[in-house]
Structure formats: C-alpha cells, structure tokens
Design a protein around this ligand. Structure first.
Ligand code: F6P
Length: 453
C-alpha cells in the first residue's frame, strides 16, 4: 500500500525479450522519473501499462522493480485504447492535427475503440484503488488516462486525485467535434480530480473554456515543467558525449549549426522546418556551404500509418535539399533517424541555432534543454504555439509555425546574431528553463493536493 501513487501509460522501466528467453531491463528518463525521485520509493507506487511482449512476459514471470506495478491489459484492448483513441483521436484533438475535409469520422468502429479506452482506464483505476492507503495522493498523467480521476473517485472517494496533461488542451471548437456523450464522459473523467494541472495558462484556459468547472470542486492549475540543470549538464558532459561531439565536429567543420531534436511526430512540424531551411539557402545564398542543419528525428508511434508516412516524407525532403544544394564537401542536412540521446546531447552542445517550431505542443522540453547545454550559447527560434513560448518568448526569436518564410528569416537573424547578444539571451533562457525543475514540479503538485482541499 502506498501514500503517493503515480499513473502513466509509459512507465519508468521496460523489458526486452531476448531470443534465448532472457529479459533485458531498460530504464527510462524524463521529467516524471526525476520528479518522483523526490519522494521515498517505500511510500510510492508507479502504475503503468505493459507496452509490449517483453513487458507482458515480465509481468507473467513476476519480474519487476520495487515500487512499479505494470498492468498486463489484453493486447487488443490496449492497442485500441493507445493507438486507436489516445494517439489517433485525443492527440489529434489536443494538437489540432485533423485534416478536416477527411477527418474525424466518429463511427461504429470509433465507438468500439472508445469502449476499450474506457476499459483500459478502468484497469488503472482499479489497480490504483487497490494499492492506495486511506487518503493517499494519486497523480494521474496525461490524455491516455483522462477517465481515471472520475472512475477512481467512484471507487475511492477518500483519495486526493490530481491529473496532469502534458499535451495542449483542445480549443472548445475542436473539443465539440467529439460526439456529445463522449465529450461529456471525457470531461466527467477529468473533473473527478481535485486538481487539473497544465504546463501553461493557455492550455488551462482552453480547458476551462470547454468545460463547466464552476461548482465541481476541481482546481485548474499551471505547473510549467522545467529542466534540472545540474543533472542535464552531468549527462551532456560525459566522455561518451565528448566522443560523439568530436565526430560531429569533424563532419561539420567550421560551419555554423542549426540543431533540432524531435520524435518524428506530426505536431513537431519537421517538414516546414526543412522547407524554411531550404528557403534560407535560396533567399540567402551566402549561407550555402557555411551552415549545416543537424536534425535528429527519431521514430515514434510507427504502428500508425500516418506516422510512418510522415517519417518517410521527412527523410525524402532532407534528401531533396541535399541533392539540390549539396556539394562534394558539404552536406546541407544531416538527419539522424535513430533514438540516440548521446548524439542529441552532442548536437545540443554544438548548437549555434536551435529550431523548435511545433504547430502546437504541450511544453517542448528541447527548447529548454538546448540553452542549458550549448557551449557557445545558442539563438532559439521558437514557435509561438509551443508551451515553452510562455516562459521563453522574450529571449527567443518567435515565429508563426505555418509561416515558412518568416521562419527562414528568423533562422538568418539567429545565424547572424552578435555573439555577446547570443550569450546574454542564452543565459536568460537557461534561467527561465530551470525555474521549475522536475522534483520541485512534482512536489508542488503533491503539496497542493495535500493542502486544504
Ligand atoms: O507529450 C505527451 C507525451 O505523453 C509525453 O509525455 C511523451 O514524451 C510523449 O507524449 C511520448 O509518447 P509515447 O509514449 O506515445 O511515445
């Protein structure tokens, strides 16, 4: 039994099943892992889903980490809930990604998947109800688990429940696309919480504009997650990163660098970023041969066809740019499609310019990480639709993510920014980025939950 419980789809560990039947443990990082380390593991439980065969086998064999409870949900129910609803419906709504003439289509198949989403949430609510001490604090994470607060409230009215949304929240017009009863159920689930947390006031306001919060007893709060400077610098200045940096330096030479690091995610706007780089090379030919775009676009959600074809388009456009402008000794875009955090950290250190141009994004921690790690200071080109915009806009070069020409011009301004100005701005960006490191972010939510309700 635990007094602090966290619930998220993806947990802090995963297991890979070897051909010889062995199980290899992989530990993940990220804000939540770091945040939860602020409380003793003896009092806490992290409930998460078994994501693949390795995880399921670990559950069957009773292998596990102390303080982590993995749920072996029926694979078909899981696939419908995670791919079919969370990533194909809720993600698209919150990031405004629908191609409106064709989507969304809420039909009988959607209804079937919605039932799976409800069952998957229910499995979490039951596991939490069974593991929580009287009056325990439960911190539920993200759009995957939007029904859990309401379901858990019914099972255990004594608990203090928070829900944190790591994505944006859909505007009321987008939310209204959902069938009325589904929208009402979604909001009922969320409003089962004592506190609903968001990264920025824009997303909190979006929620409040589409839901009737008055009289529900639910508080809407803003907790903008930041980075832990010490932890990140320690990671970025390891010998393994030094080695990758030396390799990258050899490839880049004395050219300037524009760095971006993302999952190949539809909301990250990687294609328009590449188009802006192409326009820079066209409109400002003086940059040809003098700049390299280092783009890490590591695969994500490849079960979904729309993500696979997006990944293919990113690689094809990068190749086109290289074919159009490349010379024998200059490759304009260096794309890495591997999930290679060591290379990403090396690129962070090398960045003259950081490009973060999502069409809509909950926070975007890359915008906060690069200024903390870059060696010479970097100019940040930042979308006004990223959550990080609220805290970083004064010292970033801000852009409309749909305006490719404006982004190209911002890249030019960033590349030509005088060194002292770049250093000053980077210092202030790093200060803003580290204002609320993960442990404090987590404890603030816990304290708010335990305070007078
Ligand atoms: O941005 C929301 C989020 O859930 C993040 O917290 C997480 O890094 C990301 O999406 C990854 O999604 P997935 O678990 O589907 O790879």
């Amino acid at each position: 039994m635990a007094s602090v419980l966290v619930a998220s789809n993806r947990g802090p560990v995963s297991y890979v099943l070897g051909e010889d039947g062995s199980l290899d443990t992989r530990r993940g990082g990220g804000g939540l892992v770091s945040g939860l380390s602020a409380v003793s593991s003896q009092d806490s439980v992290w409930v998460c889903a078994a994501l693949g065969e390795g995880d399921r086998e670990a559950v069957r064999r009773g292998v596990g980490e102390p303080g982590v409870r993995m749920l072996d949900i029926d694979p078909d129910v899981y696939a419908d809930a995670y791919n079919g609803i969370a990533n194909s419906v809720l993600w698209f709504l919150h990031h405004h990604l629908y191609d409106i003439p064709r989507e969304p289509v809420y039909d009988a198949e959607f209804r079937r998947r919605w039932e799976s989403y409800r069952a998957y949430n229910r499995a979490f609510a039951e596991a939490l109800a069974g593991a929580a001490d009287e009056g325990a604090a439960v911190l539920v994470q993200d759009y995957h688990l939007a029904l859990v607060p309401g379901q858990l409230r019914e099972l255990r009215p004594d608990l203090r429940i928070a829900h944190f949304t790591h994505t944006p929240w859909a505007s009321p017009a987008y939310l209204r696309m959902l069938p009325d009863d589904v929208r009402e159920e979604l909001l009922w689930g969320m409003l089962g919480a004592d506190e609903l947390g968001f990264h920025t006031s824009a997303w909190a306001e979006s929620f409040a504009a589409g839901a009737d919060v008055a009289g529900t007893g639910t508080r809407v709060a803003v907790h903008p997650l930041g980075v832990d400077a010490e932890e990140l610098r320690a990671l970025a200045y390891r010998p393994a990163v030094d080695e990758r940096l030396a390799e990258l330096r050899a490839e880049v030479g004395d050219r300037k660098t524009i760095v971006r690091v993302d999952r190949t995610e539809l909301s990250k706007n990687i294609l328009r970023g590449l188009l802006a780089y192409r326009e820079l090379l066209t409109a400002r030919p003086e940059w040809r041969g003098r700049v390299v775009h280092l783009a890490s676009a590591y695969p994500s959600r490849q079960d979904l066809e729309v993500y696979r074809s997006y990944t293919t388009s990113v690689a094809a456009l990068a190749e086109e740019i290289n074919a159009e402008f490349g010379t024998e000794d200059w490759t304009p875009v260096l794309v890495s499609v591997k999930d290679d955090f060591t290379r990403s950290l090396a690129a962070y250190r090398l960045a003259d310019v950081a490009l973060v141009n999502p069409v809509r994004d909950g926070m975007n921690l890359v915008a906060k990480e690069i200024p903390v790690v870059s060696e010479q200071g970097c100019a940040l080109v930042l979308s006004r639709e990223a959550g990080a915009y609220e805290e970083l806009r004064e010292d970033a070069l801000t852009v409309n993510p749909f305006d490719v020409s404006e982004t190209a011009e911002a890249l030019h301004t960033a590349l030509t920014m005088p060194h002292p100005e770049r250093a000053d701005r980077t210092k202030r960006l790093a200060t803003a980025s580290t204002a609320l490191p993960p442990q404090r972010w987590f404890l603030n939510q816990l304290e708010a939950l335990r305070g007078p309700a």
